[in-house]
Design a protein around this ligand. Structure first.
Ligand code: SF4
Length: 264
């Protein structure tokens, strides 16, 4: 059976194998669904409709089009969040749309990538989600909207894993190279771009291949203590934090059997 890999999985494993074990191997739930996430989700859905349903035979949309899409996806928000979201979309419109001669149709919005990947005769399934995928001539630009209040310092290793995995999957699906990953911070209007060079691509693929094989044969799931442990939702179960950690809940998935990592 193919082993499922995503950028989120690789990033979690890279941060702490033990937290990967709790989350993906034993299926323990993560954090809750907070109010600010509801605003972020509504913004993502409105932006998807703005690009997906626009009549591209028309010139640039006016802001009324964005308002209309916002109305469609903000019914569950309170009035303060509704106004905040509208202001964010107005800033987005001013920053990223008004100066364009026309709106360019994306290749896809709110998409799911799924592609097989064979490594030493072992089958992996690569999967991930993206907010928007644009053509850049012959290459691709992947766009992720961020709705956090501030720009968090970005861990280049985490970005590399995301870029590398998407590059492999998109090459398989579209037979095109991923040239750029752009993060658009909706609240601040900042756009941060990461270029993918062939050398970078090669190096990241090697890292992913190594991690993928490690993951498939992993048994120890060693805790990796860092400052992030303060925010870890699994710390009560973690032997690195508590001499007598809580037992896992009965709802936890059974442990999987070790899979062969040798070449077949
Ligand atoms: S508390 Fe720290 S070491 Fe333990 S699982 Fe969480 S991140 Fe890993």
């Amino acid at each position: 059976m193919a082993y499922h890999l995503s950028a989120a999985k690789l990033q979690t494993y890279q941060t702490c194998p033990k937290s990967y074990y709790f989350k993906y191997e034993r299926g323990l739930p993560g954090g809750g669904f907070g109010k600010s996430q509801a605003l972020g989700t509504a913004l993502h859905k409105a932006l998807a409709q703005i690009y997906q349903d626009w009549d591209y035979l028309q010139p640039m949309p006016s802001f009324e089009w964005l308002e209309y899409c916002w109305q469609n996806h903000s019914q569950d928000l309170d009035p303060g969040q509704f106004r905040e979201g509208l202001t964010i979309l107005k800033n987005y419109y001013d920053r990223f749309m008004t100066e364009l001669p026309s709106l360019r149709r994306p290749l896809a919005v709110e998409g799911k990538i799924q592609a097989p990947w064979f490594l030493d005769n072992i089958e992996f399934t690569l999967s991930g989600r993206y907010d928007r995928l644009d053509w850049l001539g012959d290459d691709l630009e992947l766009i992720d909207y961020k709705s956090t209040k501030e720009i968090k310092s970005l861990d280049s290793n985490r970005i590399d894993l995301q870029l590398g995995l998407y590059a492999i999957a998109l090459q398989h699906i579209y037979n095109c190279r991923l040239k750029k990953l752009s993060l658009i911070y909706l609240r601040t209007g900042d756009k941060i771009e990461f270029e993918v060079t062939p050398e970078h691509d090669r190096r990241v693929r090697q890292t992913i291949a190594k991690m993928a094989k490690q993951l498939r044969g992993e048994r120890e799931w060693k805790p990796h203590q860092t400052k992030a442990c303060d925010r870890c939702q699994y710390s009560r179960y973690c032997p690195a934090i508590h001499a007598e950690p809580d037992p896992l809940p009965e709802s936890a998935k059974p442990e999987r059997e070790l899979q062969l990592t040798l070449d077949l």
